[in-house]
Design a protein around this ligand. Sequence first.
Ligand SMILES: [Zn+2]
Ligand SMILES: [Zn+2]
Length: 264
Amino acid sequence: MKDSHVHTVLSHDGRSTAREYLAAAHARGVDEITFTEHFDLYDGVPSPLRTLDVAACRRAYRELEPVPGVRANFGVEIGLRPECREKIRAMTGENAFDFIIGSSHITAGRDMAFDPSFFAGKTRREAYLVYFGEVLANIRLFDDFDVYGHLDYVVRYGGYPEKKIAYDEFREALDAILRALAEKGKGLEVNSSGYRYGLSSPHPNPEILRRFRELGGETVTLGSDAHQVSQLASGLPEAMEAARAAGFSYYAVFRERKPVYFKL
Ligand SMILES: [Zn+2]
Ligand SMILES: [Zn+2]
């Protein structure tokens, strides 16, 4: 298996080192790991977290002892924010990545995972539409990403009892996003961390994945979003099955920003 979304201790919430992941790869059935540390900019957002030092990160990867039979790629997961466009563009221009996941973490100036005020005074629908609106703005504004990460992960937050984004419920917003990705030739990540959050589906859920295919989406990548070795490749077989069921025959791994396709 190939895991295209892995965080190490270089990410604020990672618990294992790159060396530990590589050492565990064989045992977990993995022959390719793409490290994707968080790069989030906290401009205007009160947060104790610091933005990733990409240069230090590159140095750390360069010192890694290769493990025979396990390929390691150097990626990044960028928290896209329209207001940080120039800084993000500068960072991606200065660094040669294998793979870039564009995600929405801080949305409308709030990090919904940590700051419940994002949801204050909004219904579930209103809050999610703000999130989807900013995802669409990011897709239109940025070229420097390969896939959009964990598209419907907003379901984890806000404390609402309904934990699924039914496609019909947000059809208009989702179609605009999926169409924009397909038209730009960008891919969608199938993120298996949903299973660890008890959602019984990856992010995004199979209805959304299928719709991406229908609207001309061609590229999906698979990632566990592991933050520790025990999560490496967790849920990937199920995510592969979900991608197959949605109509995809291949998944991609990015090397030097180019997709290499493998049979699902
Ligand atoms: Zn993320
Ligand atoms: Zn992640």
